[in-house]
Design a protein around this ligand. Structure first.
Ligand code: SAM
Ligand code: MD0
Ligand code: SF4
Length: 354
């Protein structure tokens, strides 16, 4: 008997291989696949397309979550302001500089400076972001490393100043492009402002990253919409992460969906954005989750954190950090098993210039 799913899949994959745009129906079809043999075909093409644009070279980013204070109340996040059961920290400029130096020495291609929407910066009319902007300037002067700012929806003027200080990337994830779902996740935050700030950053010359959370009630239809909005946005980096329930938050009891969903979305992203950067985050499942995400077509490893730096992750605030599992020396053997290797700094600079 002829298996129609398999036939349809082959036609769609052939189209993707030739980099012809896929229709909404085709995207939805891919996102609803569940048979191992079908998934394996999608992952194989995703890796083939990654190789077309990036050969066997992977990029790797250091993660500096320098302030866990936040004025927002996102339902999914451990660092939401209503979570009073949390020991928060705010690193000094010197501590930030030291962590960045150790990451740069270890060989990362970029440092991602991340914080909650810390009221010390967001609600302080006098000094605002000035201090942080000068820290960015110092990092750039001393190391020359590409810098990503993941500091939430920063005011327009601060965004301009971050750019002038040497920040290269601006990351602010929508999580979903279904405004109703967005408002359930990012309580009290404007959907439009978040979207528009990314677009402004792009206009100002930042490279931008857009991101999705899956396992938060997102349907296949929502995912197709997100992929289309991502295509409109033209972000240089696109990601998806599985939601990890956090104790003490309104979403603590949401049951996790299978990790297959994230892996399939990574692969579909690779099919429709073959030349873009797509991260495998160590923050969701630690080092153990890396091989599967690379197998699905990711080409960036994010959330490398030096041990003993006193820094937290996001979806997993401590997983694999103190035991040094989020370090380059632990990652290289996992890459080697898949015939992959780290790119050089020059490779990354060249990709950025393109
Ligand atoms: N505060 C800034 C913001 O919200 O844009 C930057 C840091 S925020 C913690 C970075 C991202 O972490 C969020 O956009 C979200 O995608 C992810 N995140 C937060 N909590 C998570 C969770 N429980 N599971 C998975 N990802 C999570
Ligand atoms: C990561 N934990 O890359 C980080 C974070 C923010 N730009 C990145 C979500 O996994
Ligand atoms: Fe704050 Fe970001 Fe967490 Fe939302 S996701 S509560 S903005 S740190």
């Amino acid at each position: 008997m002829i298996n129609t799913t398999s036939l349809m899949l082959d036609v769609i994959l052939e189209k993707a291989e030739q980099e012809n745009p896929l229709s909404r129906e085709e995207l939805k079809f891919l996102l609803t696949l569940s048979e191992e043999s079908d998934l394996s075909k999608v992952f194989t093409l995703a890796r083939q397309l990654r190789r077309r644009y990036f050969e066997d070279k992977l990029f790797i980013y250091g993660f500096v979550y320098f302030s866990t204070y936040c004025r927002n109340d996102c339902a999914f996040c451990l660092y939401r302001r209503s979570n009073h059961a949390l020991d928060r920290y705010r690193k000094t400029d010197l501590e930030i500089m030291e962590t960045v130096s150790s990451l740069v020495k270890s060989g990362v291609h970029l440092v991602d400076l991340t914080m909650g929407e810390d009221p010390q910066y967001f609600d302080n009319r006098e000094s605002g972001f000035a201090h942080l902007i000068s820290t960015v300037e110092q990092i750039k002067d001393r190391t020359g490393i590409p810098i990503m700012i993941s500091a939430g929806v920063v005011p327009e003027q601060a965004l301009r100043e971050f750019k002038a200080a040497g920040a290269d990337w601006y990351a602010v994830y929508q999580e979903t492009h279904n405004p109703d779902l967005y408002h359930k996740l990012r309580l009290g935050q404007s959907y439009t402002e978040r979207m528009e700030r990314k677009k402004l950053a792009h206009k100002l010359g930042f490279l931008i990253e857009e991101g999705l959370l899956t396992g938060v009630g997102d349907t296949e239809e929502d995912l197709v919409n997100s992929l289309e909005r991502m295509r409109d946005l033209g972000a240089e980096q696109v990601r998806v992460m599985s939601f990890v329930p956090q104790k003490g938050t309104p979403m603590q009891d949401v049951t996790s969906v299978s990790r297959h969903r994230e892996l399939l979305i990574i692969a579909v992203m690779r099919l429709i954005f073959p030349d873009r950067l797509i991260p495998a985050s160590l923050d969701v499942d630690g080092l153990n989750g890396l091989a599967n995400r690379l197998n699905a077509g990711a080409n960036v490893i994010t959330s490398v954190i030096p041990p003993h730096s006193g820094l937290a992750g996001v979806s997993n605030h401590s997983l694999d950090i103190e035991d040094g599992n989020r370090t380059i020396s632990k990652i290289i053997p996992v890459l080697a098993e898949q015939g992959l290797a780290l790119a050089t700094r020059d490779d990354f600079a060249e990709w950025i210039r393109q």
